[in-house]
Design a protein around this ligand. Structure first.
Ligand code: SF4
Length: 334
């Protein structure tokens, strides 16, 4: 007999341990040395893909920062998509029930709201779908994970969340989930091959576990990046970066470029500004496009002056078009 489908009455729209930007009470899993520490969650793994420092702050501290409005909006979109997805599932004739301790062995076709736990790992997925039987155990079902997202397209962070859920599911059910599903805001179902992602997931999990044994307790250094505008720790990190005159304050500074300057003993914007050497331009140089120059940018900041690498060429035409475009980052219009 099929157990009752609970989300109708009990679903809150927020998976366990998945609150955005707010302090969340988490269960603590026992570690190898017997001490208790926070489980590694989808949220932390996804944060690591953007910035190791963000993952550290979420995993190793109680800080939650200030949630960005755009991410709060995405969270609301996810809840709407999730409700729609639950409704569609209820309309199918497949047996369905909420995930619980004995859920995997129940062999029910669809398990919803799955908070999977394996050792110090904790992953949430919106549904587990039965796809067959486990190798070598003809009576046991094998499932694959599904996650609902609030965006129109699929982002790298979401693939990692899903892959982490597949990784934890593999440990719970004893066989790896080869494929997972992402359901977009438009209701599109995308099949994702998880196998190539597991190497990345293992590497991220190993790095996060290292923090638990690192006695220094220091977070990774601030390296401002393209995720910072949406990050809840933006204000604190920007203050730290400004106080240290950090190289990542420069637009288009990459971690590779930063490492290159560090190896030359350049750690601040002021130091970098002294590397700029103006050169006489030859006639043929004027034809070429100019690369963005970090050193002249640093000089402009230190001296408070505006420098022009090359005079802009404005082509005049009888017809002038003025475009004012606003966009949504998710749709590659930002
Ligand atoms: S604000 Fe930027 S540097 Fe700081 S934790 Fe967030 S993503 Fe990392």
């Amino acid at each position: 007999m099929t157990a009752p489908f609970l989300p109708d009455q009990s679903f809150t729209g927020k998976p366990l341990g998945h609150t955005l930007g707010h302090h969340s009470q988490r269960l603590e899993a026992p570690s190898m040395d017997g001490t208790r520490r926070k489980p590694i969650s989808n949220e932390v793994v996804a944060a690591y893909s953007h910035c190791p420092r963000k993952a550290f702050l979420l995993h190793c501290t109680e800080e939650r920062g200030t949630p960005h409005e755009y991410l709060e909006m995405l969270e609301e979109c996810t809840n709407v998509s999730r409700s729609r997805y639950w409704a569609l599932l209820r309309e199918t004739s497949a047996p369905i029930r909420s995930y619980g301790d004995d859920a995997i062995s129940s062999r029910i076709n669809v398990l919803t709201e799955a908070n999977l736990r394996a050792g110090d790992l904790e992953a949430y997925c919106d549904a587990l779908t039965k796809v067959g039987t486990r190798r070598g155990r003809s009576n046991s079902a094998a499932y694959e994970p599904t996650i609902v997202v609030g965006t129109a397209g699929v982002q790298r962070e979401q693939i990692l969340r899903l892959s982490f859920a597949g990784y934890v599911l593999g440990q719970v059910q004893g066989t790896t989930a080869a494929v997972g599903n992402l359901v977009t805001a438009g209701g599109e179902h995308r099949r994702i091959n998880l196998q190539p992602e597991y190497k990345t997931i293992k590497s991220i999990v190993a790095h996060i576990r290292d923090w638990s044994t690192d006695s220094s307790g220091q977070p990774p250094p601030v390296v401002l990046n393209k995720h910072c505008p949406y990050c809840p720790f933006k204000i604190a990190c920007t203050r730290l970066a400004e106080a240290a005159d950090n190289l990542s304050l420069l637009d288009r500074m990459t971690s590779t470029a930063m490492q290159r300057y560090h190896s030359r003993g350049i750690f601040t914007v002021a130091q970098l500004s002294y590397l700029f050497k103006p050169r006489r331009r030859r006639r043929c140089d004027r034809q070429r496009s100019h690369h963005f120059n970090l050193e002249i940018q640093a000089l402009a900041i230190r001296s408070g002056k505006i420098y022009i690498q090359a005079p802009p060429e404005i082509q005049k035409s009888d017809i002038a078009l003025f475009l004012d475009i606003e966009g949504v980052p998710d749709r590659q219009l930002s």
